[in-house]
Ligand binder design. Structure first.
Ligand SMILES: [Zn+2]
Length: 316
């Protein structure tokens, strides 16, 4: 499934394919991908040239001359591919851009969870989907801000990191990989994370994103793991396989309706301790009260509380 690294690679490929070319014609099928928009609106891209591509988490904003724009989210199975314009269109193509260099660039999406939104670049930039996003972690993570965000939620680490307001672009894969690299229990309440652990997590997220980028970057379209592509990940989709670090079998659990993969030995179950021998835990007063409450609840009850009270989130 496409997350930040896959979208970053897609944006590099699109830049290479579109830069310096003019769009001869643009066509979108009537599908959920362009929901709420007319096909004519998409066709209005004809005659324009790309001026730049920006990535915000899992979103790409393509800017064209004349202030025209196209916002793209790959959903679960979306990808941009290129072919010679005289070759037949592959299956599941939802939109196509024919270029003046004899190529066509297609948006292919089997399961239709992706989005293509046409509009003026300035309007697209102001959409809630983009405005609600947290910072993009690829250029570096503000540890202070991340620690502050995590300290405000009783949700699990997994769910707090899946929330695109925390950091933009992390999904099921990168969250599992980052927590494994940082040796943090994915079920632990986010507000229990210390400043030092947050620092460890931030560098683990950076390492995980860069490792995936290195492994997947190629001129060929990526075959996602779910489609039978090579699994380049340490724990993702490896339930039952030995941990590369200690040999313990990787475990799969479901959190917030999504799979989490982790090593029960390297990421031991976190238990709340309200006080230590040297005195109260050095945490903000509100956080420590919440921690004590969380500790008194049974695990099942705690999970429900963490999952409940979930505010509306930007698309992930
Ligand atoms: Zn292990």
């Amino acid at each position: 499934m496409p997350e930040l690294p896959e979208v970053e690679i897609a944006s590099r490929q699109l830049r290479g394919w579109l830069q310096g070319r003019r769009i001869v014609s643009a066509r979108a099928e009537r599908s959920r991908v362009i929901r709420g928009q007319t096909q004519a609106r998409f066709a209005g891209l004809a005659g324009h040239r790309l001026t730049g591509i920006e990535r915000f988490g899992k979103w790409m904003l393509l800017s064209f001359d004349g202030g025209e724009g196209l916002l793209s989210h790959l959903g679960m199975t979306g990808k941009w591919i290129r072919r010679r314009a005289d070759e037949p269109r592959p299956s599941h193509v939802r939109a196509s851009l024919a270029l003046n260099d004899g190529h066509a660039v297609d948006y292919r999406d089997m399961r239709l969870f992706g989005r293509l939104i046409r509009g003026k670049t300035q309007q697209l930039r102001a959409l809630p989907a983009l405005r609600a996003l947290g910072p993009d972690p690829l250029g570096g993570i503000d540890v202070e801000r991340l620690h502050g965000m995590l300290a405000r939620t009783r949700r699990s680490m997994k769910e707090a990191l899946m929330d695109q307001r925390t950091l933009a672009g992390l999904g099921n894969i990168q969250v599992s990989e980052s927590l494994y690299r940082a040796r943090i229990d994915p079920q632990r309440p986010a507000l229990s994370l210390t400043r030092a652990e947050t620092e460890r997590l931030a560098s683990a997220i950076g390492d995980s994103l860069r490792a995936t980028l290195d492994d997947e970057d190629s001129p060929e379209p990526i075959t996602y793991v779910e489609e039978g592509g090579e699994n380049v990940f340490l724990v993702y989709d490896r339930a039952g396989e030995p941990c590369g670090n200690c040999g313990t079998a990787i475990r799969r659990i479901v959190q917030g309706g999504r799979s989490t993969y982790y090593c029960p030995h390297c990421q031991p179950r976190w238990r709340a301790r309200a006080t230590s021998r040297t005195g109260p835990v050095r945490a903000p007063a509100r956080a420590s009260v919440a921690l004590q409450k969380a500790a008194r609840r049974s695990p099942a009850r705690r999970l429900r509380v963490i999952q409940g009270g979930r505010a509306s989130q930007p698309m992930r």
